[in-house]
Structures are given as C-alpha cells and as structure tokens.
Ligand binder design. Structure first.
Ligand code: ADP
Ligand code: MG
Length: 289
C-alpha cells in the first residue's frame, strides 16, 4: 500500500504542536491527527498552570491539608515528577510554580523580586511540601498558596499520548513535536528512522524514541547584565544564570522532557548520573559559566 506524508500544526500548551504522519490517504490522516490533537487538548485542560480552571490549578486550591483524588493522567505525571525530584535532590521540582510566577513577573517588569517576596515564594515551593498517595490516587499539599507547574514534563507526556492515539487509529508512522520535545513512532516508509535537525547543527535519527532539548538559551530575561532563564534553579529560587543546553534521548517523551529539564539544572557532571537511573537514556549537557 502506498503511504503519503501529511503534516499538521496547531497551537497546544503554548507551543506549536506539529504532527507528521504517513497514511494511505488524507481522510485517514486527518481523522487520526484530529483525535491526537483532541487528546492533547484534554491533557492541557488537566495540566495547564495558565488556565484557572485546569485540574492542576483547582488541585492547588483544594488540596491544602487534605487528600484530593485526581485523574489517572495527572497523577502519573505528578508521580513521575516527584520521583525525579527525589532522585535529583529537588533539582527537578514541579512545586516551583510560585518561583516561575516571579520569573514571569520579572520578565514583564525587568526587575528581580525583592528579598522578602522571593523568600515567601520559596517557602511555598519544595517537593517535600507535596504528598502523593498511590493507593488513593490522591494529592495533599502541606502549605497554602502553592503553585504546581508541569511545564518541564507535560509536553513530553502529551507527545507520548498523541502517538498512542495515532497508533490506535492505524497510523503508527508518526512524529510529534511540541517545542523542544519530540516523540517518534515507527519510521517513514523506506527510511531507518525520522531525521531530526539539532539546534547546534547536524541531524540525528529517531524511531520509537524521544528526544528533548532544554536550556537557558531561548527563554530568558536579562537584568543588570545577567540572564535568568525560564528554568528555575531551586537552590537560588531564580532562573538559571549559567549558559546551558541539555539534550536527552529516551524511550518515551515524559522521560526525555523531564530529564532534559533536570539535566539543565544539574549541569555537568551530575546530569550524567541520570543515565544510570533511567535505563537507555542518553544525556548530554553543554554548559559554560
Ligand atoms: P520548555 O518549556 O521551554 O520546553 P523545559 O521542558 O525545560 O522547557 O521546561 C521549562 C519549564 O519547566 C518552565 O517554563 C517551568 O514551567 C518549569 N520549570 C522551571 N524550573 C523547573 C524545575 N527546576 N523543575 C521542574 N520544572 C521546572
Ligand atoms: Mg523538559
């Protein structure tokens, strides 16, 4: 059967979500990709920190001091985030939302938060302030006004889900890209894999694997000659000031995305330790001070 290439782009989770598939005809491609985008939209409604009515934001309000049951999807992302937080001693931490908000404020005002504001936000951050119960599939927060933030892990998870939907629709030869997160399924016809361009030049090939890039070079605010990236260093509460580019190849998107963010915070040589914790993951970090 002859397969043709189809490509779609729609904005999801604040970035261009691109889906490329090989399918026998346009109708099949459109039906599969529409279902994949619908799935990503559902996950966005669960995990967005921008939408006041997302499941995540409602959780932040309701779970202070008491267990709140959450959807299986949200729970599994929080669980993976929490596991990585423990493994990295909090370098990766989905409870940094209050600090991310301060960073966004600094980006719009051009000023760093004052010390008291920073201290208050730090007191509302820290993975030990979030408890998860596997049995109840529930979350409990130890402090009021916490802000959870899945910006470092949700896009990779969404790409994984989109690929699963495409497979279910009989379109397994697919590539999904959301910003710096890429998940590849079966390869294009007559090719060993999907050819992916790398930011620093060159290409790599992906099949049934994921590749994520994370770093301080794209999104940052410059204040008094210092660049603060949108990735928070939980040790300072501020954006990373090191120049760093982390890349992770892994078996799935949730792993690649979260490890790339973690690797950017950890820097070399600590980031390499992640390879021992996640079988098959390849971590590379380029940084300078
Ligand atoms: P991008 O969102 O640009 O693809 P990342 O995957 O590295 O890049 O995620 C960065 C996002 O992760 C930030 O915008 C923020 O929402 C969140 N974040 C920031 N610092 C941390 C951290 N230390 N641990 C986990 N998530 C973080
Ligand atoms: Mg990430």
């Amino acid at each position: 059967m002859q397969l043709h290439r189809f490509e779609f782009t729609q904005v999801r989770m604040g970035v261009d979500a691109r889906i490329i598939v090989y399918a026998p005809d346009e109708e099949r491609a459109v039906r599969a990709c529409r279902a994949a985008y619908t799935r990503i939209s559902e996950l966005e409604q669960m995990m967005s920190d921008y939408r006041a009515d997302s499941e995540l934001n409602r959780l932040c309000q309701r779970a202070v001091g008491r267990w709140v049951k959450v959807s299986p999807e949200l729970f599994s992302v929080l669980w993976r985030g929490q596991k990585l937080a423990q493994q990295t001693d909090g370098a990766f931490d989905v409870t940094v939302g209050a600090l991310v908000r301060l960073w966004r404020e600094a980006r719009s005002t051009g000023k760093l938060p004052d010390e008291a504001t920073l201290r208050a936000a730090r007191a509302r951050s820290g993975y030990r302030l979030m408890e998860l119960s596997f049995q109840r599939r529930a979350v409990r927060l130890k402090t009021a006004d916490m802000q959870l933030d899945l910006g470092g892990i949700a896009k990779g998870y969404a790409c994984d889900n989109a690929l699963r939907v495409l497979r279910r629709y009989g379109v397994p030869r697919a590539l999904i890209q959301m910003g710096g997160d890429i998940v590849a399924g079966d390869p294009p016809p007559d090719a060993p894999g999907w050819r992916v361009e790398l930011a620093e030049g060159g290409t790599t090939t992906l099949r049934n694997a994921a590749l994520s890039t994370s770093g301080s070079t794209e999104q940052y605010v410059e204040i008094d000659g210092v660049r603060y990236a949108h990735i928070i260093d939980p040790r300072t509460g501020l954006g990373l000031t090191r120049l760093v580019l982390a890349r992770v190849r892994a078996r799935d998107g949730i792993t690649a995305d979260s490890l790339a963010t973690a690797a950017a915070v950890l820097g070399e040589p600590d980031a390499k330790r992640l390879e021992r914790l996640y079988k098959g993951a390849q971590v590379s970090v380029v940084s300078s001070n």
